[in-house]
Write a protein that binds this ligand. Structure first.
Ligand SMILES: [Zn+2]
Length: 195
C-alpha cells in the first residue's frame, strides 16, 4: 500500500494516497451494490434509490474528495477525472488548508457541495440569460425527485466519511518530528533551534 509522509501541525504524519482511498471506497460501493440486491428484489429498496446512492458515493470517491484542499499545489487523484475542468478546483485548494476544515465530518463535505453549487448557479444564471430551458428543467426534476437527490447527497457524504476514516486509521502521527522523512534525516537529525 503506497503511503505518503507529510508534515502537519509540526508533526510527521503518514497519510494514505489517493489510490488507497479509491480502492477502499470502490470496495464499499461494490459491497453496497451486492448487499442491496435482495432488498431491491423484495421491494424494500427501489433500484433507482440504490443507484442514486451509488452514484453519489462514486462522485464523492472519484470527483469530489477532501483532498481537493491540495488542488492548488498537487496533482491529487480526483483532478485526473476533471480533465480540462480541473482548474475549477484551484480556488478551493487555495482557500482551504490541507486536513483542516476540509477534512471535518459535516462542514468539510458541505463546503465542497456549496462550492460546486455556487459554480453551477453561475452557469445556470448564464443559461437563463440566454433563455435556455435547462435551469427550469433542472429545478423541476429536482423538485419532482427529492428522494433521489437525498440518496445522492447521502452517498456523497458516505464517501467523504469513508475517506476520513481511512485518513484517521492510516494517518497516525509517526515518530518524532523532524527525525522522519528520509533515512538521511533519521541518521542525521537537524540540531534544534535552526531553521
Ligand atoms: Zn485526506
Amino acid at each position: 500500500m503506497r503511503l505518503a509522509v507529510l508534515r502537519v501541525f509540526d508533526k510527521t504524519f503518514v497519510v494514505p494516497r489517493g489510490p488507497v482511498h479509491e480502492s477502499f471506497n470502490s470496495l464499499l460501493i461494490l459491497a453496497e451494490y451486492v448487499f442491496t440486491r435482495s432488498a431491491v428484489a423484495n421491494g424494500i429498496l427501489s433500484e433507482s434509490l440504490v443507484l442514486s446512492h451509488v452514484l453519489g458515493f462514486a462522485a464523492g470517491t472519484y470527483l469530489i474528495t477532501p483532498d481537493l484542499d491540495m488542488a492548488d499545489r498537487k496533482a491529487v487523484t480526483p483532478l485526473r477525472f476533471w480533465g480540462p475542468l480541473r482548474a475549477l478546483w484551484w480556488p478551493y485548494g487555495r482557500a482551504f488548508k490541507h486536513r483542516r476544515l476540509s477534512h471535518t465530518w459535516l462542514l468539510g463535505p458541505a463546503t465542497r457541495l456549496a462550492y460546486l453549487m455556487a459554480l453551477a448557479a453561475l452557469i445556470l444564471a448564464l443559461a437563463a440569460r440566454l433563455k435556455s430551458p435547462l435551469p427550469g428543467l433542472l429545478f423541476r426534476w429536482v423538485g419532482d425527485h427529492p428522494g433521489l437527490v437525498g440518496a445522492w447527497v447521502f452517498g456523497y457524504f458516505n464517501a467523504q466519511w469513508a475517506h476520513l476514516i481511512v485518513d484517521r486509521v492510516l494517518g497516525k502521527p509517526r515518530g518524532r518530528p523532524r527525525a522522519t522523512g528520509s533515512r538521511h534525516a533519521r541518521v542525521h537529525p537537524r540540531p534544534r533551534g535552526r531553521a
